[in-house]
Design a binder for this molecule. Structure first.
Ligand code: PCA
Length: 396
């Protein structure tokens, strides 16, 4: 089964050309890759109609990822656009005869939006395949910038879980005249680069690293412990003695605490080995192999084994969970258990922590920064918890 859907668009020809390589390259993409179904759409080069068409396509396929592409004929390689600006300023009329000049796209929107694609990783992967790619800091002020801006505005205001961005492609070398200084790229290589970009984005989404542009913190839900109970039973049956213990950790394990609607589970093991990996993946979980350690609080053990972990995403179709597999007796295995028990015993601290998370989620400009800011706050609570543990003789 395909877990993710990606919508990839190209543009129709414009400016007296008979074709547009962005659409030719998109059209040549397969209908699916690994875990991702690809839906393709050809957009009109029109300030008025391009976004309406994109919105229709989004409503029809409800994608996890949207990558729009267009032609930048003065460039020699693939450009991953970093930013879209809130302005239309057309050098030539579009295919509808419209030529906006110095025109704000949306007065209620900010001046610019950053792309939410993993830009640097895409560049790395495309260049590793021997193809030219760079990050571009201007998508221009024509229809491509327009569509990118409106896509990112849609994501930010209405679809925070959708990942989206824009890629400019160069003219294919097949169509370049011999007197041009541009090296050009074969059309097949343009398609190959897009494929790599899509794969990189879908890996990023599947790994759980991508958290959407907004973090949603909701009031405590009394059904969380029950959901944990059902899921942990399946894990217990699948893992048998390999799991020394399975615990409900994180904010959903603290009654009364506001949290993301994601249940954190800790599986304690004596070794991170193939038997554990096979048992968990046999249950349909997928390992995010780029997540290999926890944040290390200041002053704590510098031994990397104390912070090592494996991280798994829930099987497709199951409610969202974060499953952390940690080594018995290690600092990172003790940390969430003590943190949880301390908050359970100190409701005022839990309330203050919930408030901090809500305000942080509402005010943070970029959701990937959320853990960076939250982690030190959690450490502050943890240090108080250690003091409490030694005073009370707490044992996990
Ligand atoms: N390139 C134009 C619009 C359509 C396209 O393929 C641009 O860069 O704005």
């Amino acid at each position: 089964m395909k877990n993710l859907t990606a919508l990839i668009t190209g543009f129709e020809p414009f400016d007296n050309s008979s074709s547009n390589p962005s659409w030719l390259a998109v059209d040549a993409l397969p209908d699916e890759i690994d875990s991702c179904k690809l839906v393709k759409a050809r957009l009109p080069v029109s300030f008025k109609h391009a976004f309406t068409e994109l919105e229709k396509a989004i409503a029809a396929c409800r994608p996890d990822l949207v990558i729009c592409t267009g032609l930048a004929d003065k460039r020699s390689g693939i450009s991953i656009e970093r930013v879209a600006i809130n302005i239309d300023d057309a050098r030539i009329p579009d295919n509808n005869g419209d030529q906006p000049i110095d025109s704000i796209i949306d007065y209620s929107a900010p001046n610019a939006y950053f792309s939410c694609l993993p830009n640097r990783k895409i560049i790395e992967n495309i260049t590793q395949a021997g193809l030219p790619a760079t990050i571009s800091d201007s998508a221009g002020t024509y229809v491509c910038n327009h569509i990118m801006f409106r896509l990112l505005h849609l994501i930010t205001s209405q679809k925070p879980q959708m990942m989206g961005g824009f890629i400019h492609v160069p003219s294919p070398s097949e169509t370049l005249t011999s007197n041009t200084a541009l090296p050009g790229m074969q059309l097949a290589d343009i398609t190959r680069s897009l494929l790599i970009a899509i794969q990189t984005c879908s890996d990023h989404i599947a790994s759980g690293i991508w958290k959407g542009t907004k973090i949603a913190i909701q009031p405590y839900d009394p059904s969380w412990p029950q959901s944990y109970g059902e899921i942990s039973e399946i894990l217990r049956n699948g893992l048998g003695n390999l799991a020394l213990r399975i615990d409900h950790i994180g904010s959903t394990a603290v009654p009364g605490l506001a949290a993301k609607d994601i249940i954190d589970i800790q599986i304690t093991v004596s070794a991170l080995d193939d038997r554990v990996l096979n048992a968990i993946t046999a249950l349909g979980y997928s390992r995010a192999d780029r997540v290999v350690c926890d944040h290390r609080p200041p002053g704590m053990s510098a031994d990397p084994l104390d912070w090592q972990k494996w991280f798994f995403r829930a099987p497709h179709g199951q409610r969202r969970t974060n499953t952390h597999v940690r080594l018995v007796g290690r600092a990172n295995q003790r940390y969430p258990l003590l943190f949880r028990d301390f908050l359970r015993e100190h409701p005022a601290t839990a309330k203050a922590y919930g408030e901090l998370k809500k305000r942080l989620a509402a005010n943070i400009a970029n959701s990937s920064m959320y853990p960076d800011v939250k982690d030190p706050a959690v450490d502050l609570i943890y240090f108080a918890a250690e003091k409490w543990a030694s005073e009370t003789g707490w044992k996990s």
